[in-house]
Design a binder for this molecule. Sequence first.
Ligand code: 8YV
Length: 312
Amino acid sequence: MSKPVLLQLCPFPDWVQAPLAQTHEVIPLHMSPLSDAKLLADIAPRVRAIATHGGLGVPSEILAACPAVEIVAIFGVGYDAVDLQACRARGIRVTNTPDVLTEDCADLAVGMLIALARGIVKAEAFARGPWTRASFPLQRRVSGMRVGILGLGRIGVAVAERLAGFGCDIAYSARSDRGNGLAFVPDPVELAARSEALIVTALSNAETRHIVDARVLQALGPRGFLINISRAACIDEAALLTALETGAIAGAALDVFEGEPNLDPRFLALPNVVLQPHHASATTETRQAMGALMLANLAAHFAGASLPTPVV
Ligand code: 8YV
């Protein structure tokens, strides 16, 4: 039996690539010497699956160009870059890789908070020398800090669990009160006002677009830190840059950026940021688990079985 044709939009690690090629006729669009348009014209009618990552999703022109696509398999938890409405309307299944990356994302969020508050990156440069002064400037304590978590999904809960171990005073904003003993503060401005650190773990969608805006940043205030491991779209980046440049907030640790991988050069000139290359889920252990889950979703689909982790 012929293998189903799969359009691959991004590179994958070897442990995904090899099994993917065993079970599919893989068309690596990201490596094609042909223009996307030429390749798509030739191949699109035969494409039954699209594999992509969370940040990239599926550009609408590619989805539209593939009339026979049955499944979009995302290597990542975020599905904000896939047009779910169009997929539903066309009966296209969409899968992602939740749960397996929760712990890593929470680890990085907490690591970024500590790196920012304790000045770890700058302290390393100081230690490497020339170490001329007696001591590095005093920094801020994380233990016991008042922390606000914006969006209490699986990753937000995992962040809260970790920070509870640091004796932090934790509150959160979400659609509803989770009744979990943490302080529920529905209004993001109020949440920011009571927080020394605001950690964004919200899903990116129309409702959360620019949920961190100038008002939230102003409420966070000159001693407040912002941490984002979600999506850049959750933050009004122009307002954030201004807040960082003027000292309206103390600092930010960011794993995601508008237009990444091309960061706004204004970020690079700032002394009060910790910048990370969108790698919250990027450990070998987690990426292997994400790969296995994406492959399992594809295998289940083509075997006519129920999907392990469907979004649509
Ligand atoms: C990526 C992510 O998908 O899970 C997500 O939504 O953003 C990341 O884990 C990563 O880019 C995988 O390549």
